[in-house]
Structure formats: C-alpha cells, structure tokens
Design a protein around this ligand. Structure first.
Ligand code: ADP
Length: 462
C-alpha cells in the first residue's frame, strides 16, 4: 500500500520538528562556543555535534522504551509515542495482538477438534513415524488397555502385545480391517489403519462384539429354520414317494394322509410363529392409548386351553379381573396363549393349570400362568426365551412346539414395556409372570370412577 500524505506527515512532521529543534540548539551552542573560545571551526563542530547528539539521544530513549516492551510478554499496551517510534510501536502491537488472536483461535479449534474425536464412539489413535503413540482418545485407550497420559510417546508394539496386531502394523498393508478376537478376554475388535502425513498412522478401533454376536445369531437362526422346515419336508417327500411307488390299502392310505397332514400342520405352525416374530420385530412399539379388556382376552385363552387339553387337566382361568391393558390385542393374546399352551403341553394328565391377574403396589400388574407340570431345571432358565431353545426337544415336537413360543412371549412383553419372569422346579411345576408397567394397566373400577366423576362434574356445570 502506498503511504498517503497524511500518513507520511503523521510521523515525518514531528521528526522534522525535532530535527529543527536539535539544529536550533546546536546553532545556539555553536554561537556560544564561537563567542567564548573564538574558534570558528570548533564552534561549527560543536554545533553539529550537539544537534546530532540530541537526535541520537532522543531516538535511543524512545527505541529503548519500545525494546523494553518487546522483551516482555507484551501483555501491557505498547509504549505510547508520537512520530516514527509511535507508529512503529502501534504497528508492532497490532501485529502481535493479531498473532495472539490467531493462536488462541487455533488453540480453541484444536481443543474442539480433539474433544470431538474424544466423543467419537470409536477408538482413535495417532502414531508417529516410529509407531509411538502421539495421541489417543479414551475409547482407544480402553480398547488397548492404555493410559492416554502415561503411554504417550511409547511404541505401541511394546504395549499392545497381540502378535496379529504387531504383524499387521509391520506389513504396512491396510486395505482391509484387522479383526482381533478376544481382546482383553471380552469381545471382538475391528482395527483400521490409515497412513497420513509423513510416515504417521491413524489407527481406528471399533468394538464389534455385538455385531459379531448378532451375525452369529442370524446364522444360527437361518440354520435352525432350515433344519426345522427340512425335517417335515423330508417326511412328506418320503410319504409321497411311498404313495407313488406302492399300492396301499385304504387303511394304510388314510394313515399316511393323516401323518402327512400332521407334518404340513407342523410347518404351518412354524411359519406362523416365524411371521409373528418378524412382525414383532418390524412393528413400532405399541402406543399406550388403546385399551384391551383383559377378561375378554382371558375368556378366549380359556376356550383354547380347554380345547387343547381336551379334559386332561384342571384348568382355572380368572375371567373377572376387570382390568384393562394398553397395547395391541393380537400381541397380548398371542403372549398369554403361548404361555397357557405351554402349560397344557408340559403338564401331565390330571395336573392343574392356573391363570390369574394381580395388581401390584406400584400400579403395575402381573398376569401369572402357573402349572403343576414337568418343570424346568435351573440351568435352562436363562436360555428359555432364545429362539429354538428347547429343554426337551422330542416332547416339544411331539406336542406341536416350535421352540419359538417363549421368544414370542418375551418380545410381546418387552414391546409393552414389561418383563417376563420365570420360576420353575423340575417335577413340581412352573410359574410364568408377565409384568406390565403402571402406564399400561388400569382397573375397570378406575375407568368407571373416572366416568362417574366426569358425569358429576357435568351435572355440577349444568
Ligand atoms: P416350545 O414350542 O418348544 O414349547 P417354547 O419357546 O414355548 O418352545 O419353550 C421353550 C422350552 O421351554 C420348551 O421346549 C420347554 O422345554 C420349556 N417350557 C416352556 N414352558 C414350559 C412349562 N410350562 N413347563 C415346562 N417346560 C416348559
């Protein structure tokens, strides 16, 4: 930028004034020397010496003040001055303040950037050219059991002893993620490495234990479904072959057809249960504003149970609960029906089956299905609600079970914000409790009271 005239004069004029003043004093000193010493050459020398001396002295003093300020941390304002030194001090101060501002905004940005990485759900670790840790977030430290402060500048290969990880870093080929099973004995870690800068490496870690478990469950599920469907299909194919190849008597033909009917029904039930599960997983959670009359639901359950039992058990279903449940009727029915059908199927002839409802102290309610059947030993209880988990496979299949019933019940209860609790003792019987939260439970008396008070209020108003 070209200096303007005003800008020039702002420091040039005081300087010319000062030079003029110095020359004036010098001339005075020269005249004095000439009068006193009568030596014209020396007087001129003294005159110019005094003038230059004054100028140099003034400059040294002002320069010294500026230098003094520059030598400090420059937190105080720069020395105020006029002319060239004033302008210089002002310009330097402005440059310093701007630099400070840029540094502190860079620092802030850096801190924000680090805290964003810190908040990442994945581990982030930076290595220098020697594979020493430059920085790592808490998740990466957790994944590799590191101390983010103490282990800084330590070679990572000294701290993470997994041979697979060390070899991975040494190969330098990072096209695919490295999967480390059993990290710290608990889970599976996926490690991605990328080169950046000059020989630096960025290590990203992700805990994929849940993903792996879900994938294993999916594989098991597909294998189980295939197995469950293949068995009746094989039986059906066998019967079809027999009927095609052999001339059967009327009695034999009827028997084969009955068996074929049973197998196709088994497949139908299985597909039905699979569809129910798929729907439960796909649908949004039931809202808490659609009320189902529990007694109607229990009446239907009782009829089905009596039909399934065919008079072999003493079945008692409480149908005067006067309770209402908020949720999806078909789901709640399927949940309770599965529990009652299990009770019938796993209780020998002559046993008791009881279905009852109880309000709990905190406003929640529980529907209890208990039986005096074969019971379940303790070690099976935690796995009962897994898909296709059966304690006694042959009994389950004989009685038309699919291994999906309790899984459906658990889903239904959880979708309604509740909990399924199971108590059982071998040879004594079982007790399944569906506990539903207070927000989804109301007694009919509460409803009628509500209506009554609303009516009273309406009467008051009129
Ligand atoms: P299934 O269709 O095989 O009955 P479920 O998921 O309903 O499948 O139940 C899982 C397993 O739990 C059953 O195979 C059975 O061994 C056991 N079980 C369920 N309910 C009862 C019960 N009331 N009494 C004894 N065992 C039961």
């Amino acid at each position: 930028m070209r200096p303007t005239l005003g800008y020039l004069f702002s420091w040039l004029l005081p300087r010319i004034f000062l030079a003029g003043l110095a020359i004036g004093i010098g001339v005075l000193a020269g005249a004095l020397a000439r009068a006193m010493l009568q030596l014209p050459l020396l007087a001129e020398f003294i005159a110019s010496g005094v003038a230059v001396g004054i100028l140099v002295f003034v400059d040294v003093v002002r320069c010294q003040r500026l230098l003094q300020w520059l030598r400090t941390a420059m937190q105080d304002p720069a020395p105020r001055d006029v002319g060239l030194w004033g302008e210089l001090a002002y310009r330097i101060e402005r440059a310093v303040r701007e630099r400070d501002k840029t540094i502190s905004s860079d620092r802030l940005q850096h801190a924000q950037f680090l805290s964003a990485i810190e908040a990442s759900p994945n581990g982030v670790l930076m290595l220098d050219g020697m594979d020493q840790i430059k920085w790592c977030n808490r998740i990466a430290a957790d994944h590799f059991s590191l101390d983010p402060q103490r282990d800084l500048l330590q070679p990572i290969t000294n701290l993470v002893r997994s041979p697979a990880f060390v070899a991975f870093l040494q190969t330098g080929k990072f096209d695919e993620a490295l999967v480390l099973p059993n990290v710290r004995g608990i889970g599976t870690l996926s490690v991605i490495v990328r080169n950046y800068g000059e020989g630096m490496r960025l290590v990203l870690t992700q805990d994929i234990t849940a993903v792996e478990r879900a994938e294993a469950m999916r594989r098991d599920f597909v294998a189980n479904v295939s197995h469950e469907i293949r068995t009746p299909l094989t039986v059906l194919a066998g019967f079809i072959e027999t009927m095609a190849a052999l001339p059967l008597s009327e009695a034999e033909r009827r028997r084969v057809l009955t068996l074929m009917g049973q197998q196709s029904q088994r497949m139908e039930v299985l597909v039905g249960d699979l569809l129910t599960l798929a729907q439960l997983e796909g649908r949004p959670r039931p809202t808490a504003d659609r009320w189902v009359v529990l007694d109607d639901l229990l009446l239907r359950v009782e009829n089905d149970a009596q039909a399934l039992s065919n008079g072999r058990h003493h079945i008692h279903v409480q149908t005067d609960t006067h309770a209402e449940l908020a949720g999806i009727e078909s789901e709640l029915l399927s949940g309770v029906a599965n529990l009652v059908s299990n009770a019938v199927r796993y209780t020998p002839e002559g046993g008791d089956i009881d279905v009852s409802w109880r309000m709990l102290g905190d406003g929640s309610g529980e529907l209890v299905v208990s039986d005096t059947g074969v019971g379940i030993s303790r070690e099976h209880l935690p796995r009962l609600t897994e898909r296709f988990y059966r304690v006694d496979g042959s009994r389950s299949r004989e009685t038309g079970g699919t291994g999906l019933g309790l899984s459906i019940v658990k889903h239904v209860v959880q979708r309604h914000g509740g909990e399924l609790q199971i108590q059982s003792e071998p040879a004594k019987g079982s007790r399944f409790r569906m506990i539903l939260p207070a927000i989804r439970v109301r007694q009919a008396s509460e409803v009628s009271l509500g209506v009554e008070s609303a009516m009273m209020h309406a009467v008051d108003v009129f």
